[in-house]
Design a protein around this ligand. Sequence first.
Ligand code: HC1
Length: 583
Amino acid sequence: NVTLTIDGQKVTVPEGTTILKAAEKAGVKIPTLCFLEHVGLRHIKHDVGACRVCVVEVEGKKDFVSSCNTPVEEGMVVRTHTPKVIAARKLNLEMMLSDHHLDCPTCPKNGICELQAICAELNVRQIRPQGEKKDFPIDDSSPSIVRNPNKCIVCQRCITACKVLQTVDALELYGNGFDAVVRPKGGLPLIETQCVACGQCALVCPTAAIVEKDDTWKVWEAIADPKKHVVVQTAPATHVTIGEAFGLPVGTDITGKMVAALKRLGFDAVFDTNWSADLTIMEEGYELIHRIKNGGVLPQFTSCSPGWIKFIEEFYPDLIPHVSTCKSPQQMLGPIAKTYYAEKKGINPEDIFVVSVMPCTAKKYEAARPEMNAASKYWNNPNITRDVDVVLTSRELIRMIREAGIDFASLPDEPYDPIMGEGTGAAQIFGATGGVMEAALRTAYEVVTGKTLPKLDFEDVRGMKDIKEASVNMNGVTVKVLVAHSLGAARQLMDKVRAGELKDYHFIEIMACPGGCIGGGGQPIPTTVEERENRIKGIYERDKKLKIRKSHENPEIQAIYREFLKEPLGHKSHQLLHTHYTP
Ligand code: HC1
């Protein structure tokens, strides 16, 4: 242990503790800006000391030291809030503002900008140094993410998220001093880099230097068009996250309120991606059984997380034959809306406009993939272009609800519309890491054994551990499964698959984001480790509450097989619900 004095108080902390943490223990709050305790997972920290907002005076040292990354020393005497320290912090912030555009009223982060908040907290009222305003071009080359380097304060949180958490490493620090900026590797437009569109950079960016692409205007236009029949689907993770923005506790189940809000926004029908998650389980579960019985490529990998799909295409193309051919639930609902639903309702599929509400920035990229046009091929009609026309992130839906003046927290609960509105508990847990696997096991066990599963909860695959493992005996075969979340964890598993070390495993679930979709790049900010954990709690509580908790027992899924698809992996399923990735 080390004992030091902070603002006159003696504090004893373990060796290696930073001044910032020791001060916290002494009840002293030092302001921070670039510091991030946990980038997505508890073991990934960001303490580069770049912003120098957390500086303190240490007796005997000539210069101020940044408290976030300076370890304590025996006998150290620290002063955190002397007039000199306060003035230094303010000056550091003023330097940051001196070349900033200060277009706060129209900034996408207006009201939730950490730079704005810290300036308010530290009572910054003037900008003495005057620098030349930055003049970088805005990079909107990605369908998911917009980079505005003029708003970059070089905190480098995005670099840690991309390089350490996700091991994608698409961003770099370039230049120095006033000219320093974070940019895509080699100065390329983002779309030309290895970026997988996961949006973890946008979650940690304190300003609007990296944000989701705003597509809300396309949805307003579609709703205003009387010719269009505009339907919307809501992802599993959104059921427990949208409420945060309206003051409800993190993890609150706001399903009924979200449906009510979407109806008030003017959507013609409100459907649930949970319905198509159940459909995915039918197709993916049967695919797994088929691979096991027929000597197919194993382990099978899940395919619903588009950031993960881009990651495997980019870094492990040789392993693509392991990836399930199932499209994601988002991309299953789209073509079904423009075929089965269109037929049942007698609506011209050309007039159907499908909107998704997703926790994920990569879903925008997924929907824009050229092969995601199954309805067009089904009808042989080039006027139908995409299966899913627009993807909104959770944050965009929140903005639309605010724009429409809807008092979200006091809305009544309203039900989804029939045909694609029913979702089971199995589908609900798709939103948390391990959920797709657990849902698949609930169905595969009963299909293979013909017996009722004695216990529905597969606790081993739940929770925030990076890599989880379980095995289930099905008619004498021990089915072995693995689950990983975050692409850094996925990389660990992929290296083992490549080395032939996981040959006796059958199924691997990968979700690109820490915690699964509840921690997606399009979710409400902040998305900290604590938020992720509370959202996961909300997901499993909703699963427990639902009467039907297994995908194959969903009556609307049984209906689509009876009336339209006929059987899992059948002809229509292949036309509409499956795809192939080319190595
Ligand atoms: Fe997900 Fe999925 S669970 S990928 O995380 O399979 O985004 O929520 O919608 O499609 O269902 C996301 C969430 C989501 C799909 C489903």
